[in-house]
Design a protein around this ligand. Sequence first.
Ligand SMILES: Nc1ncnc2c1ncn2[C@@H]1O[C@H](COP(=O)(O)OP(=O)(O)O)[C@@H](O)[C@H]1O
Ligand SMILES: [Mg+2]
Length: 215
Amino acid sequence: MLGSNNRPLINELVSSKLADLIGLPIPAYQTIYVTKGIIKENKPLNDIGMLPGIHFGCQYIKDAVPPSTKTICSCENANKLFDMFVFDQWINNCDRHKGNVLIVKNGEKQHFLCIDHERAFFDRNWKAADLKKHVFTRKIEWKNSEKFYFHCLKNNNFSKPIDKVSKITEQELVKTVQAVPKEWGTSEEDQRSLIYFLSKRQHNLKQWIRDCCGW
Ligand SMILES: Nc1ncnc2c1ncn2[C@@H]1O[C@H](COP(=O)(O)OP(=O)(O)O)[C@@H](O)[C@H]1O
Ligand SMILES: [Mg+2]
């Protein structure tokens, strides 16, 4: 939320753009301008003290539900769980519990979407120095989440998503990070450290996946 700490907005926008680069399923999103009038007319926005200005917005998926082992395994795009797993290792997303995956029904079929990347990189309050210092740290807290998707990962098909992440160029990372609105207050050093963090981590993914999955 726009205010004293805009890191969650940066984390959501940069993560969504990176998700797009590897084709990870997420709801449609864009930066939006929230006016004083909108805040005044919407009590929940008022109650949380939202400030007018540029925010991160994403499509609200009506009737979406959290996954169960059964529903996630029968998703049309269940193979993308590998991509989600690799992505979370890459961006250091420590918050992939069931509440941050949506199951969307479409008649007899269903697919999953990933949401809530506000704790990516080095959490909600990262500083440039954290990203430089902790470039190879994994702050992943799996909580009870691994059960619901590890069940589906029988084929251990990690090569494709690792390859997709590895092929993202520095130029693409620069473009992604530079798309962050100036109003959110990222300094040049913040931008440089984020690019450094992501580009260094691209090359450790294989080892990390081996470490945690025995792949
Ligand atoms: N785009 C969306 N479409 C439908 N439901 C959503 C969407 N984004 C969030 N939700 C629901 O709201 C809950 C909380 O949202 P989330 O972005 O995870 O915020 P936080 O975990 O920080 O409270 C989610 O677990 C999900 O149930
Ligand atoms: Mg959440």
